[in-house]
Design a protein around this ligand. Sequence first.
Ligand code: PLP
Length: 428
Amino acid sequence: MTSPIWHPFHQHGLGEPIPRVVRAEGAVLHLADGGTLIDGISSWWVTTHGHCHPRIAAAIAEQAGRLDQLIFAGYTHEPAEEVARGLIDLAPRAAGRDPLTHVFYSDSGSTAVEVALKMALGYWHNLALDGLAPPRHRILVLEHGYHGDTIGTMSVGERGVYNQAWSPLLFDVGTIPFPAPGREQRTLDSLEAACAAPEKPAAFIVEPLILGAGGMLIYPAHVLRDMAAICARHDVLFIADEVMTGWGRTGTLFACEQAGVVPDIMAVAKGITGGAIPLAATLATARIFDAHKSTDRARLFYHSSSYTANAIACAAAAANLAIWREEDVPGRIANLSDGIAARLARLADRPAFAHARQLGAIAAIDLNAPDAGYLSDLAPRLRAFFLARGLLLRPLGNTIYLMPPYCLDTDQLDQVFAVLADAGERFG
Ligand code: PLP
């Protein structure tokens, strides 16, 4: 029987199999046909502590029986308050920088970034209303960035296959070249020039330390620090998109910590609930919030969605925060990172592979394959190969990457790397 479902980022015309998953536990997905898969990418980078974590599952069940959903325009509930306090507590901070003090909820990484962009533009709009600054509309972005699939977030992402169908609708941005090894100064000079240009930018948005969907491209912490410093010097708002990097993926809770950077606005999502249920948040400093706070209704922040701060999702996030507070999650991530590093080094020696790279619990390696462009059939063939070998991976072109749940054990890690080595033999 054919299914009526239209899947995201899936070319139905290729006839690829669509595995049906009936149950999940830890790092393992159980299939309807009785097989299992190791979830090598945390089900699109969201599952941090493992699937169906008992503490998170219990919190969801308990909250679902108490208060499920509440209009959030002018109403509040304890799980949302608790998570907001927790986020502010855990957010990056540094001497001499305004701390992040306010939390705006939404429900996906794209909406968290969309909200971040609207906050930045709203800030300058409201300052202009008071005659305190000229309006600013220009957003600076980093080459190869990815921030989501709404019209606004596509506008600040790399233009290409992902968004070419909608290109006439996307707004213009200023693109700063990616700080490739040896080219870091070019990035900083370009950002400095763009910030000093007569048309002052409203904000600069970056994925801190590693660009995800753009190819798992890593850049050094000192570049992130210098980029944030340039923005601060020119009073250009610095937006950190921690949607992928947050919740320990890069080795610290948030990637910005490794550079001592406190952004003006920070978007978080994915692992905020441990990956169990959708929720997102955009954190802002007091000056962003204060620019919207007034007795004038025209200045309020016009953004909402029906499920803003859904109580069940917030309860899951509260459980996630408790896990971070009470369990040795950093230790687990460090162990996993060490395990990945040792195995990745062996893989990197093989002629089939190039450009092995790792940041915390994220690892990537490029397959030396002919015709490995993004639209080639290499990625679907690799997906099928991995599926047949009991592994869920979704390469980006010829880039194979891992972003597993932190509970992945040594045996599972060995299995994953054995399959990767075989993939090198077969496709490299
Ligand atoms: N920002 C970054 C850096 C991402 O990696 C993603 C998704 O992968 C998003 C935003 C969009 O998040 P979502 O898919 O939850 O809308």
